[in-house]
Each structure stands twice: as C-alpha cells, then as structure tokens.
Design a protein around this ligand. Structure first.
Ligand code: SF4
Ligand code: SF4
Length: 413
C-alpha cells in the first residue's frame, strides 16, 4: 500500500486553543519551532514529491488535505497559488488531485466559500455539538467558547454547499441525543465522532471518562445514540460515521474501515509547516517530539519516508496488534483501536486500546442488534451468530491459552 494522501500543516498556529488539542495542549511543544505558515519553497518541494510519487506508483487519485493549526489563517492567495501550481505540475489525465480541508469554522466567510467552490476544495468543520458540549473544550486564547462563531460560519457554508460534514470529539458530559438533534437542527449531513486521544500514560479520566471497576462509559454513551439514530425515520438524518463504518465492517463491505476501525492499511502522511514528513499527528499526544523523524520534502521522497519505523507502524497499525487483540474475535472490526490510544511508555503500542472494553461492548451490541433484524435463513447461510461480551472474553482467553501468547495489560480487558 502506498501513501495516497498528505495532510498539509499549512499553518502551525490556531485562533482557538482547545483544551484537548494534541497539537498544543498534550505535551508536544514542537509547534513553537515551526514557521507560522508554509512557505512557497515548502509548497514547491512538496508538490514535486507528490509528482514523483504519483508517477512512480501510477496513482489515479491523490488527496491533499489542508490542515493546521487553523488552515483559514493562511491567506486566500496561498490556496490559489498552491492549487494552480499543483494542477500545472501534475497531469490531470494521469492523476486526479482532490483537495480537502479541515477547519474549526470560526473564520468561514462568503468569500472563503466562493473560493472553496472555485478551487473545488471539500471542507469539513470541527464542532462538538450543543453550546454546552462545544464551549466546554473548544475555547479561544481568552478562554471564551467558540460555539456561536462556528455556527455563524457553518450557516454561511450551508448557503453554498448541500453537504455539511463535521468532526466532533466525544463528550461524556453532554447528552448524545441532544448533540445529535443539535447537529440535525443545523443541517449537518454527516458527522464523525472521535474518541479523545488519550492513552495509558494519560488516561481519559481528565475528560470524565472513568474506566475503573470495568466501567464502559464510552459504550454506554454511544449505545443510546445508536438506538436513537436507528429509530430516526427522517429522510435527511445525518450519517454517523462510526456506526456506518462498524456495520459495513461487520458485513465485510469491501474498502470499509479507516485509521481507527477495521483491518485495512493506513496511507496518510503529514507534511509539517517546515516541510518535515511525519507520521500521524495524533501521536504528538504521546509526548514532546514523539512524531519527529529526519525526513523532509527537501531531501527525501515519500517512499523513503513511508518506510521509516514510526510511519510504518502507523501504516500497519491494524496489523501490528498486541497478543490480546490478535486473540480477539472482534479484531477485524475493531482493528485494535486507534494507534495513539494503545500507547504506554512501558510497552509502546503493544497494548489493546485504552477504550478496549468500550469498543467490545459497542461492537457486540450493534452486531446483535443488526443480526436480530435479519431473517433466520440469512444467519444460517452466513454462520453469523449473536455474541456476548462474556463470550468474547472467553474466546480471547482460550485463544491466548492455545497459543501461549501472554496478554498485555490484562486489566485493560
Ligand atoms: S481548532 Fe483544532 S488545531 Fe485549533 S486548537 Fe482546536 S483542536 Fe487544536
Ligand atoms: S481486544 Fe479490545 S482493542 Fe483489541 S481488538 Fe478486541 S475489542 Fe478491540
């Protein structure tokens, strides 16, 4: 599998200062030594690396994702120049370049929306739902919540685009149904729920997620949302990505899964503002300088970078599973959890996800719920059967005993 997309840190600073931000507030301070914006020299070098890569591997499609910090802090002319150069350099007959952006939405204006239309940039907005949920963590540098400003940007965006996609960070302190209904009222057409980028050395208790005594607060929050979503008969109900992806994976849909779930390979690299080529940026949450290697668009090809150990680890993160995950009957759906959530200084990434029991409970619940909707003949034909969490744990134990693999951090499951 080759790299098929680059996340471009076009601005290394942000107009917000979200409490949970892995860029600024999880212990990594390397942003301070980055230039504030990507220079023309970095743009030229990275586009030549893209050209080299898509030609070598004859890639028909390649994604360039503008990211930050906050990408709308870069001037509009940056995007005009970037895309004009890219379209001139890379033959559209050979490779279809697709441009995307993830923004916090605060700075969206009519002019920006016209630019997105003109340059054909697909845009996603980061938003955490109701004013209460959103303003809890997504604050500016003076500590003020950004909900109303994001809604203003989102409403302008809706006047230009039919599809409004948001990425939202799981918030245990807000009612999931209220968040869902709030997004519906804003015309959001699809949303992705991300679990906080926490791990064994920095557990999610900080966000009120209490796993003590075998609790599964994440699953207990997501399951009522799943039921509500399933029962929603509105024609234009939002797609909730985590549920759709899990169902697709359970039924073996080809190409389903992502960097969090499933058994596929990851294929995205990060280009830092100074041109460094790095692994997935959420690993910044593992400590200061964690993602740093010595690869740069000025001296290395994308192929050279994708074969360095930390990038390989991320690319193969659904294959490189700990003993417990290898023994788990749900691993093709779960994928062992998002890489950052497996980390501990003691074992590296050789752990199940810190959200293991939540993922287990959620997957079992959704699978059983969907299977109960299926005709008996389908179950007989496919051999699919209802499962319980207790049975999953028993299978893990049996598989571990049979292969004499030792579970890592037994208490996690
Ligand atoms: S908007 Fe994004 S980059 Fe900016 S502080 Fe919040 S999470 Fe970090
Ligand atoms: S053991 Fe836990 S983290 Fe690992 S695959 Fe199974 S459910 Fe996922």
């Amino acid at each position: 599998m080759e790299c098929t997309s680059l996340v471009l840190k076009v601005a290394s600073r942000c107009n917000l200062n979200c409490t949970y931000c892995y860029m600024y507030n999880m212990g990594d301070l390397t942003y301070k030594s980055q230039p504030k914006f990507m220079s023309d020299a970095v743009v030229d070098a990275l586009l030549h690396r893209v050209k080299e890569h898509v030609e070598t591997h004859k890639l028909r499609v390649f994604f360039l994702i503008f990211h930050g910090g906050e990408p709308l802090m870069a001037p509009k002319k940056f995007y005009r120049n970037f895309i004009a150069k890219a379209r001139k350099l890379i033959d559209p007959e050979q490779t279809d370049l697709r441009f995307m952006m993830q923004t916090n939405g605060v700075l969206i204006t009519e002019e920006w929306c016209k630019l997105f239309e003109e340059l054909r940039i697909s845009v996603g907005i980061s938003m955490d739902g109701t004013p209460k949920a959103h303003n809890m963590y997504r604050i500016d540098h003076k500590g003020r919540g950004s909900h109303d400003n994001v809604v203003r940007g989102l409403q302008i965006f809706r006047r230009h685009f039919k599809r409004v996609g948001v990425i939202t960070v799981f918030n245990i302190k807000e009612n999931p149904i209220e968040i869902y209904e709030h997004f519906k009222s804003l015309g959001v057409t699809n949303y992705s729920i991300l679990l906080p980028d926490m791990h064994y050395d920095n557990p999610p208790g900080l966000f009120g997620i209490d796993h003590t005594n075998g609790r599964t607060p994440v699953a207990d929050w997501l399951i009522p949302l799943f039921d509500h979503w399933m029962a929603d008969t509105c024609q234009d109900k939002p797609k909730v990505q985590i549920f759709e992806t899990l169902i697709e994976l359970m039924f073996g849909k080809e190409g389903s899964g992502n960097e969090v779930l499933g058994g596929g390979q990851n294929d995205t690299l990060i280009i830092e503002t100074n041109g460094d080529i790095e692994t997935v940026d959420t690993l910044k949450a593992c400590g200061h300088g964690f993602t740093k290697g010595n690869m740069s668009v000025f001296s290395n090809s994308i192929d050279e970078a994708q074969n360095t150990p930390l990038i390989r680890l991320y690319f193969d993160s659904h294959k490189n599973l700990c003993a417990q995950c290898r023994a788990c009957p749900l691993n093709e759906v779960c994928g062992g959890g998002y890489l950052v959530t497996r980390y501990s200084a003691e074992n590296g990434f050789d752990n199940p996800s810190i959200y293991c029991r939540d993922l287990m409970k959620l997957i079992v619940y959704i699978q059983n719920r969907i299977l109960r909707l299926m005709p008996e003949s389908y179950l007989q034909q496919t051999g699919m059967e209802l499962l319980s969490v207790a049975e999953v744990l028993e299978i893990i134990e049996q598989n571990l005993a049979a292969s004499s693999m030792q579970p890592v951090l037994e208490t996690a499951c």
